[in-house]
Design a protein around this ligand. Sequence first.
Ligand SMILES: NC(=O)c1ccc[n+]([C@@H]2O[C@H](COP(=O)([O-])OP(=O)(O)OC[C@H]3O[C@@H](n4cnc5c(N)ncnc54)[C@H](O)[C@@H]3O)[C@@H](O)[C@H]2O)c1
Length: 264
Amino acid sequence: MDLGYKGKGVVVTGGGSNIGRAISLTFAQEGANLMIGDVDTAQAEKVVAEANALNAGGKTITVKCDVTSLDDVQAMFKKANEEFGQIDVLVNNVGWDSMMLFTETTPEFWQKVININYIGVLNCCKTALDYMIERKTGAIVSISSDASRQGEFKEAVYGGVKGAINSFMKTIARENGRFGIRANVVCPGVTVPEEDQAIGDKSMWKGGMFTPEQLQKIGKAYPLRKIGRPQDIAYPVVFLASNVTAGHITGQVLSASGGYSMVG
Ligand SMILES: NC(=O)c1ccc[n+]([C@@H]2O[C@H](COP(=O)([O-])OP(=O)(O)OC[C@H]3O[C@@H](n4cnc5c(N)ncnc54)[C@H](O)[C@@H]3O)[C@@H](O)[C@H]2O)c1
C-alpha cells in the first residue's frame, strides 16, 4: 500500500534515538524526504546514514536543533523547506523525564520538564503551521504518553505536561482543520530500545531506566503481556500522518501501549 509519502517533506524532532529513530526510518522507508532535528548530532547522523542507505527514494538530512529554542526550530524548518520545497508532516517526538516522586521534585526540574516536553511542541507547531496553512495541507503528530491518561507513579509533572499536549493538539485540530491540517497524538507505554546503538548519549535510556526484572513486571501488567518496541509506535505515527490512511482522522489521542490504558 502506498501511504503517499513520496516527495513529501517530513520533520521529526528527536529523531536520533529509540522511538524517534524508528519513526524516522519508517518515514524514510516510505520514500519521504526527512529532516531530523536533534540536539545529539552524532546520533542523528547515524540515523541519517541508515535512512539514506534504504534507498527508498527520499533524502534524509539533519540539523542540530534544540526544540526549546524558537530560533533553532525556525532555522530547522527553513532548511527543510529549502531542501524539500514543502513541509507536509511534523512529528513532535522529543520528550524527557527523570522518574521520581513529586515530593522529591524541584521547581528547576518542573521547568525543565515543561520546556523540553511542552514548549518544544509549541515552538514546532507554531513554526510548522505557518508553512502548512500557506499550502492548505499538513499533518502533525505529537508523541505523548500513557502517563497522561493513567496517573503514573513517579511521573507527576511529566504526565501533567503530556496531558497538556493531548489537550493542546485537540485545539490545534479544531482551529486548523479548515486549512486541511490534521493534528493527532500517539501515547506510548513503556517502549524499550531495540539495541544499544538505537539510543544516543542524551537518551533517557542511557544508563538504563528500568532493571530487566522491572521491565518483566511492567510487561505482565499490560493486557498484551509485553513491553512496547519502537516500531510499535512508528507504525501508528506513520498511519496517522498519512492523508491516505488517516485523511478523516483529527483531534484524536491513540494509545499504543499493549492495552495499558483503554480510553473510550
Ligand atoms: N520510551 C518510552 O518508554 C516512552 C513512553 C511514553 C512516552 N514516550 C515519549 O516518546 C518520545 C520518545 O521517547 P524515547 O524513549 O525515544 O526518548 P529518548 O530519550 O531515547 O530520545 C529522545 C531524543 O530527543 C533528543 N532530544 C532531547 N532533548 C531535546 C531537545 N531539547 N531538542 C531536540 N532534541 C532533543 C535526544 O537527543 C534523543 O535523540 C518522548 O516524547 C517520550 O516522552 C516514551
